[in-house]
Structure formats: structure tokens, C-alpha cells
Design a protein around this ligand. Structure first.
Ligand code: DPN
Ligand code: ZN
Length: 313
């Protein structure tokens, strides 16, 4: 959405601040500091998500430099995502809506396993602003969510709950696509969605501290746990109605999300492939996968053994 504020404590109304040093208090020198319980989600190479981001860059370059609502670069982005999901075995839907006289699309994908009455939903907006290709905002989130979905397919995952993935149109014009999606869901369908996780701007260069939305402390803990296991600092942030999680929250659904934050190229022409960083994309993608594995209950999820014990003398 249109906002000038950069990601900063004051601008975003930082709530809970979790400073992580990687050395939990009380750990003695002879006892390795235990990290958060690890979930056995796959280790997804950052290059996989970077390859999707590069495709979005190429799509913008071939379509007047952007992927904005109502422009050919948007439709090409939606086609790219849908083709990957279809080939991987997802049940996909291209949902159309009209805004400002132009057709927009949401891409929705269900992994056909697990309890259809308990849905864990990961989503990201797929549109850019007209000014540029929108790579941190938000080819980054779109790529992380796409690669997570593809990892679910590669693993032939059999989760307890149902995994659904969404790519929203016209977010930059006021969360139009996600609001439309939620408005079209019969109330019985809405109540099946147990959690919604949002990924908006998750590739910014030089990210040191990740923002975890404070909308749900319980859900957000899944992300802080992941980052803690990598010794990466997080802070709680409240981005309020600035991204698509708000459409789900308004419907009474528990939501959270992560962001690496914006950058000097926010909503500008220079928000291109050089504006994101591979290692950051690796973290966002693996954070998304960790949350999908853990929250949907994909078998193999288990606490890894703690620090190795000294052999008995
Ligand atoms: N990505 C911003 C937008 O779509 O304009 C919203 C946002 C701001 C998201 C700050 C995360 C953090
Ligand atoms: Zn965004």
C-alpha cells in the first residue's frame, strides 16, 4: 500500500522487542547453548527463490518495467506462479476481480492432503507499483511462498492440516485482491482457515533484524523460534493495515507475518533484482517452510536432539 514510512521502530510502532544474542542467559561455558527446537523442514537453497525473483524481474523488463494491477506484467506474473503450481500437483484457482476498470487476479493453490476443515494459509501480494518491477516489494514474498509450496510438493508432504497458498492482486491499491478473496468466502469456509501467514518484503539487502508481526504472539512464536535457531535477531512489529494479513484479520482469522523491511528503493524503479540479497531470501523461504511444516503438522516434525552428552566415563 502507499505509505512513505520506512521500516523503523518509531514508524511501525514496535511492540514486543526480542533481542537475540544466540547465548541464552544462564548457559555456562561447558554447556553448549541449546537452540530452539528444530523442525525437520527441508533446507531450501536460496538460489531456488532467487530464480523465481529473477523470472519476475524478466517479466517486468518485458512488460514496460512493472508488474502492476491491470498491466500485462501482472498477468504474466500470475501465469508464471500458476504454471509452476499446476506442474507440481496443486489444485489451483485463478480468481478474477475488477478494480478501477481493470481485471485483477488472485492465484490460490491447495495441496490436496490433510484435513480440509483446518487450513494453514501462506500468502503474499504479487503486484508491484507502476513505478518499477517490485522485487523486494513483493517478488520476494511471492518467491518465498512459491518455493515453499514447491518444497511441499517435492516432499510429497502428508500434513495433518491442509496447506493453502495465495498470491494477491492489487494489494498496492488497498489490499483489493485479498479483501475480495475473503469477501467471497462463505462463512463456513472462513472458519476453516485457522491461521494466515503473510510475506511482504522479505528480501531486503543487509537485513540484520527481522520483523515478526505482533498480531498473534502464538503464531508469531513459530517465526521467532525459526530465527532464533539461526541466531538471527527479530523484533515484534505492527504494520497494521498495510498488507494482506489485515483482510484475514478483519474476518476474525489469526494472523502473523514476517518482513525484512523496506529499503531506499521502496516503490521505486530501482526495486529490482539487485535490490534483494540471496542469503536474505534463503532465510525468508526457510522461515516460511518451517512455519508450514510445523503449523500444518507435516510428519517428520520433531525436536532435534539437544547438545550431545559426554560419553559416560
Ligand atoms: N510492502 C508494503 C507495501 O505493500 O506497500 C507494506 C509493508 C510495509 C509491509 C512495511 C511490511 C512492512
Ligand atoms: Zn508490499
Amino acid at each position: 500500500m502507499k505509505h512513505k514510512a520506512l521500516l523503523g521502530a518509531a514508524a511501525l510502532g514496535v511492540g514486543l522487542v526480542t533481542a537475540l544474542t544466540g547465548v541464552p542467559g544462564g548457559a555456562s561455558a561447558s554447556t553448549p547453548a541449546p537452540v530452539a527446537a528444530a523442525v525437520l523442514s527441508p533446507d531450501i537453497p536460496a538460489a531456488n527463490s532467487m530464480a523465481h525473483a529473477q523470472q519476475f524481474q524478466s517479466i517486468a523488463a518485458a512488460n514496460s518495467g512493472n508488474r502492476a494491477h491491470g498491466k500485462p506484467g501482472y498477468r504474466a506474473s500470475a501465469d508464471y506462479v500458476k504454471a509452476k503450481l499446476d506442474a507440481a500437483g496443486f489444485q489451483t484457482t485463478l480468481q478474477s476481480f475488477t478494480h478501477q476498470g481493470a481485471t485483477g487476479w488472485n492465484v490460490i493453490a491447495d495441496w490436496p492432503q490433510g484435513d480440509p476443515n483446518q487450513i494453514v494459509f501462506l500468502g503474499s501480494h504479487l503486484d508491484s507499483v507502476p513505478a518499477g518491477p517490485g522485487i523486494n516489494d513483493n517478488a520476494s514474498g511471492s518467491s518465498a511462498v512459491l518455493e515453499t509450496a514447491l518444497a511441499v510438493a517435492r516432499a510429497d508432504a502428508k500434513p495433518t492440516k491442509r496447506l493453502r497458498f495465495g498470491w494477491w492482486g492489487a494489494e498496492e491499491l488497498g489490499l483489493i485482491g485479498s479483501k475480495y478473496y475473503v469477501s467471497q468466502l462463505p462463512s463456513a469456509e472462513r472458519t476453516k482457515i485457522k491461521s494466515y501467514l503473510n510475506f511482504d518484503m522479505v528480501g531486503a539487502k543487509n537485513t540484520k533484524t527481522w520483523g515478526v508481526y505482533t498480531d498473534s504472539t502464538t503464531l508469531g512464536a513459530t517465526f521467532t523460534e525459526f530465527f532464533r535457531s539461526k541466531n538471527i535477531a527479530t523484533k515484534g512489529i505492527n504494520i497494521s493495515g498495510r498488507s494482506d494479513h489485515a483482510s484475514f484479520k478483519s474476518a476474525g482469522i489469526e494472523v502473523t507475518g514476517i518482513t525484512s523491511g523496506d529499503d531506499p528503493c521502496y516503490h521505486s524503479k530501482c526495486d529490482d533484482i539487485n535490490n534483494i540479497e540471496s542469503s536474505v531470501m534463503g532465510h525468508s523461504t526457510n522461515a516460511a517452510a518451517y512455519a508450514a511444516w510445523k503449523l500444518a503438522g507435516i510428519p517428520g516434525v520433531a525436536a532435534q536432539p539437544g547438545p550431545r552428552q559426554r560419553p559416560a566415563a
